[in-house]
Write a protein that binds this ligand. Structure first.
Ligand SMILES: NC(=O)C1=CN([C@@H]2O[C@H](COP(=O)(O)OP(=O)(O)OC[C@H]3O[C@@H](n4cnc5c(N)ncnc54)[C@H](OP(=O)(O)O)[C@@H]3O)[C@@H](O)[C@H]2O)C=CC1
Ligand SMILES: O=C(O)C1=N[C@H](C(=O)O)C[C@H](O)C1
Length: 248
């Protein structure tokens, strides 16, 4: 049995993960922690792995605690830039048996969408990302959109593709979205939505649209459980569930 603690256990995704862990025959939910609860319960309950779906402002403190206490971590919380990833690598260097998996998106469709977008990106003059989420989301753009834009930019750099055409010279600030590595990312926040993304690619006389929809937060749970099962065998830092799934 893998003993699992969940951080953010009363949240939208954390509560789904708790249900998933409880339903898994090879796992036991030993700690369900949210704001106001003591992180020490992760240690006293004997959690071998922790799942974190909390808040970008909270996740680094949680991870420092887990690494210090030799607990593996599977992390869905967003907000990881290069500086944060470097900090994690430094902490993990002092705890060589601990594994941390950071995944901007745990749904299989989103991972495939990112890979399809990166594969198609060098073949089109223009590529832009539109992400659409519920209005209670803390961050913009989404972690998934950032990662998608970075993958697109890397694929285009590697292929030696020219910069995208854009004649915009006047207008309102923000109208062209955020610039992530030279790729425009647009964030929509609308009540009723869960998590959705479109990658729009265009060349002379044609467009290609790659779209993924998470219609229910249950879409994230199988990927999280896979991460929990695999993390003990992956010491150090892993970024992206695709590595665990063997896509890369
Ligand atoms: N990688 C992926 O596949 C996915 C990632 N996410 C990301 O996961 C994160 C959480 O999303 P979501 O579930 O929608 O958010 P919610 O706000 O619904 O849930 C977060 C929960 O964590 C609690 N929390 C905040 N700080 C702490 C802390 N220090 N210790 C323990 N619990 C804490 C919150 O409490 P309170 O409300 O009182 O602040 C809340 O109950 C976001 O960063 C989101 O972008 C979301 C979906 C999929
Ligand atoms: O906050 C959310 O809801 C989601 N967050 C992740 C992100 O920022 O990419 C994953 C998914 O989009 C849902």
């Amino acid at each position: 049995m893998i003993t699992v603690g969940v951080l953010g256990a009363r949240g939208r995704v954390g509560s789904e993960v708790c249900r998933g862990v409880e339903a898994a025959a090879d796992m036991e939910l030993v700690a369900a922690v949210d704001v106001g609860d003591d992180l020490d319960s992760l240690v006293t309950s004997g959690a071998r792995a922790v799942v974190d779906f909390t808040h970008p402002d909270a996740v680094m403190d949680n991870l420092e605690f887990c690494i210090d206490h030799g607990i593996h971590a599977v992390v869905g919380t967003t907000g990881f830039d290069d500086a944060r990833l470097d900090t994690l690598r430094r902490w993990l260097a002092d705890a060589p048996s601990v594994g941390v998996l950071i995944a901007p998106n745990f749904s299989i469709g989103a991972i495939l969408m990112m890979r399809f977008a990166a594969a198609a990106a060098p073949y089109y003059e223009s590529v832009e990302v539109v992400e659409l989420h519920h209005p209670t989301k803390a961050d913009a753009p989404s972690g998934t959109a950032r990662r998608t834009a970075e993958l697109i930019a890397a694929a285009r750099r590697e292929a030696g593709v020219d910069a995208m055409p854009d004649a915009t010279s006047t207008g309102l600030d923000g109208a062209r979205g955020a610039d992530v590595d030279g790729v425009r990312v647009h964030s929509v926040r609308v009540r009723g939505l869960v998590a959705h993304q479109e990658v729009l690619l265009g060349g002379p006389g044609e467009t290609l649209t790659i779209r993924h929809d998470s219609l229910d937060r249950a879409s994230f749970v199988p990927g999280v459980l896979t991460g929990v099962r695999e993390i003990a065998a992956r010491p150090g830092l892993t970024v992206g569930l695709e590595h665990v799934l063997g896509f890369i």
